[in-house]
Design a protein around this ligand. Structure first.
Ligand SMILES: [Zn+2]
Ligand SMILES: [Zn+2]
Length: 253
């Protein structure tokens, strides 16, 4: 056994690898990332989905969020997990606690689920595009989590990764804003990287982010891509803040 291997073994005995979701210890010879339990039975958002945004619904038709926040400029959104513990804790660690390695496992899972989520659209994507961070945020964090997710998706699917968008304005945090304030806050925040104003050479785009909250960021990015000739923008996030009003309508009937 080489010294490096010995050191790695000792490190793993002291700090055994843990599941990126439930934090259970992963046995020594098992693959890293998700533990066996989370891999075999992922607690993903169950069908039926809102046909537009992918939120869980308990009634026919588009969800309240899509009705309230119309127009949805993206063609179709799908999100894997509801943003609640332990998923929210993991996303938080990925973004704010330096666990960029989580994005590798998350992106791989996202890639595996693409056929089920997007096959009905009968679309073949020309480019995987991450939602960009503003350069000041990127400098602070050191990585763009959406970029890492997109990179893994690209590696696993062969769809080219294209950093097509730049965030030119540092926007205010969105959680206290209502929908129209969110739209105003994001207006002009993103631009296409290719100079000029000619159409981009990608028709069908898979736009990737870590979380879908109201969809306003994805909507704004989709609008920018549409303005430059994208024919179809599918948006895809690892998690979604599932709003209770998506089921309220059903419970009131
Ligand atoms: Zn687990
Ligand atoms: Zn919806």
């Amino acid at each position: 056994m080489t010294l490096t291997r010995l050191i790695r073994l000792a490190a793993e005995l002291l700090y055994p690898p843990r599941c990126v979701l439930c934090q259970d210890i992963i046995p020594f010879h098992a693959p890293r990332g998700f533990c066996q339990k989370c891999r075999e039975n992922p607690d993903i958002i169950p069908e039926p989905f809102c046909p537009k945004c992918g939120a869980p619904i308990e009634y026919e038709g588009t969800c309240d969020g899509c009705e309230r926040l119309a127009p949805r400029v993206f063609d179709l959104n799908r999100s894997v997990f509801a943003y609640k513990s332990p998923v929210s804790d993991s996303v938080h660690r990925m973004k704010y606690a330096g666990r960029s390695d989580y994005a590798r496992a998350f992106g791989k899972l996202m890639a595996e689920l693409i056929p089920g989520y997007f096959s009905r659209a009968e679309i073949s994507f020309d480019a995987v595009v991450p939602v960009p961070l503003h350069e000041s945020r990127l400098a602070e964090r050191g990585y763009n989590q959406a970029g890492l997710l997109a990179e893994e998706i690209s590696k696993a699917t062969g769809i080219p990764l294209v950093n097509l968008l730049t965030r030119v304005r540092h926007t205010e945090a969105q959680y206290n804003l209502n929908p129209s304030q969110r739209r105003a806050n994001l207006a002009g925040a993103f631009v296409v990287n290719l100079g000029g104003d000619e159409n981009i050479p990608y028709k069908n785009i898979l736009l990737v982010d870590d979380i879908f909250t109201t969809g306003s960021t994805l909507n704004e990015c989709s609008a920018v891509l549409r303005n430059r000739g994208a024919a179809f923008v599918g948006t895809y996030t690892f998690s979604m803040a599932v709003r209770h009003h998506t089921v309220d309508k059903f419970s009131q009937i």
